[in-house]
Design a protein. Structure first.
Length: 441
């Protein structure tokens, strides 16, 4: 079996590496020459636990190759996965230009039957556009070559992507031909040995499933943040409320954490895209409009707490920011709440001393030259002469630091916990003033 994966970002590189790892011959294509050359040297464009080893092993064994030239490698491919980005356009709708460019490139170069599988998150109806872009090129060439399209949305979580790909809860596939099903069955068979399922459905339903899944998860987060903010006003504690409702099996425990809002490359983009799809069909998605608005407000809540604590006099203050990535175990900073906090703090005249176990390079790239932001090598360096700590990303290594050592250099023992990972009673014993989300104002 030979597979081409187009796009070597989080989704494409994980897909290519994991398929190669079960024995498939995989060629990963990207238009980014530097990225492709780096991958050949074993330098990965992203941090994803375990991915470097799988890429290295399979590259060395010759099962995983990298190139910028789709046409040169397409011969003999059974399937092509499209894994390029679908960033939000100006109106929030998913920008399909990269996907359609790839479809067009495929139409220009296929020689035999191939199944074209869209893994990128794309609006309902995109498969028709992909099919048309391929057909237009075939027609221009005067070529009559069979092909099928399929939708196979990706549900991997950054930070746990290898596990999610190797043993996912489910594989969702939209198809409209038996031949396409045969190819999909063959590709995913090695993974089915672990006992999980492929859910086959029509293509529009598969495309919608991806948006609905992310929109549901984002809704749970915004719901909990909304309730958390009310908890503060009525004297309740969101952590108790979370336990109280999460133990109800109809609700479940996951995605019930109040915090500084969701970020990353998927939730914000996919919620916006689904709202836009609704508008295009005269069906305003009123719930999701609120989900998004709540999230935008939530990103500033930690700043407001810090500002209130210092009587809105932040000029000359230094805040230690713990965690920059939008969530732990990734260096992805896209739409990270830390960026909003840092921007607000520096605008208010404060300086920031920031640390993240893996995302500092990416943060430097995004924040550019800013003399008010100093990056540190660990949490202890961040607190040197700092006035307060703001925890933004719940990395494991932040859970039990040496508080005594921290108090030696932190000017005021006050902590603003944007992820509710600390216990206010315990921190009070350690001599800290504690502010979380939805428990103490
Ligand atoms: P990414 O931005 O990390 O990577 C996309 C890659 O595609 C880049 O390396 C880019 O150079 C390459 N590319 C763009 N145009 C190309 C072309 N014409 N030919 C070859 N390569 C090209 O994106 P990502 O985070 O991997 O996301 C890809 C898609 O998967 C998006 O639609 C996203 O919504 C979806 N998705 C992402 C995740 C996630 O956790 N990141 C999870 C599920 C689904």
């Amino acid at each position: 079996m030979k597979v081409i994966v187009v796009g070597t970002g989080y989704v494409g590189l994980v897909t290519g590496a994991c398929l190669a790892d079960v024995g498939v011959e995989v060629c990963c294509i990207d238009i980014d020459v530097q990225k492709t050359e780096n991958l050949k040297k074993g330098i990965l464009p992203i941090y994803e636990p375990g991915l470097d080893v799988i890429v290295k092993n399979n590259f060395e064994r010759g099962r995983l190759t990298f190139s910028t030239d789709l046409a040169a490698h397409i011969k003999g491919a059974d399937a092509i996965f499209i894994c390029v980005g679908t960033p939000p356009g100006e109106d929030g709708s998913a920008d399909m230009k990269y996907v359609l460019q790839v479809a067009s490139d495929i139409g220009s170069s296929i020689e035999d039957y191939v199944l074209v599988i869209t893994k990128s998150t794309v609006p309902v109806g995109s498969s028709h556009k992909v099919r048309k872009a391929i057909s237009d090129q075939l027609q221009a060439r005067g070529a009559q070559i069979d092909f099928d399209v399929a939708s196979n949305p990706e549900f991997l979580k950054e930070g746990a992507a290898i596990k999610d790909f190797m043993s996912p809860d489910r594989i969702v596939v939209g198809i409209d031909s038996d031949r396409a099903k045969e190819v999909i069955d063959t590709i995913y068979k090695p993974f089915l040995l672990n006992g999980y399922r492929i859910l086959y459905m029509d293509i529009p339903s598969a495309e919608m499933t991806k948006y609905a899944a992310n929109a549901m998860l984002a809704t749970r987060i915004s719901f909990m943040n909304d309730v958390a903010n009310l908890c503060e006003l009525v004297g309740a504690n969101i952590n108790h409320v979370r336990n109280g409702i999460g133990t109800d099996p109809r609700i479940g425990k996951k995605f019930l954490y109040a915090g500084v809002g969701y970020g990353g490359s998927c939730f914000p983009k996919d919620v916006k895209a689904l709202i836009q799809i609704g508008l295009e069909h005269n069906k305003p998605m009123r719930l999701l409009e609120s989900v998004e608005a709540i999230n935008e407000d939530q990103k500033i809540v930690l700043f407001e707490k810090i500002s209130r604590y210092f009587d809105h006099q932040l000029a000359g203050k230094t805040i230690a920011v713990w965690g920059l990535a939008f969530k732990p175990n990734t260096d992805d900073m896209r739409e990270a709440p830390s960026l909003v906090l840092i921007e607000a703090l520096t605008q208010a005249g404060a300086s920031v001393r920031a640390f993240d176990p893996v995302a500092v390079a990416e943060a430097k790239h995004l924040l550019g030259d800013n003399d008010k932001v100093h990056f540190c090598d660990d949490v202890y360096e961040t607190v040197e002469a700092a006035d307060a700590i703001a925890l933004v990303t719940e990395w494991n290594e932040f859970r039990l630091p040496n508080w005594d050592k921290i108090k030696e250099t932190l000017k005021t023992p006050v902590i603003f916990d944007g992820r509710n990972i600390y216990d206010d009673v315990q921190l009070a014993r350690e001599g800290f003033t504690y502010f979380g989300i939805g428990n103490r104002g």
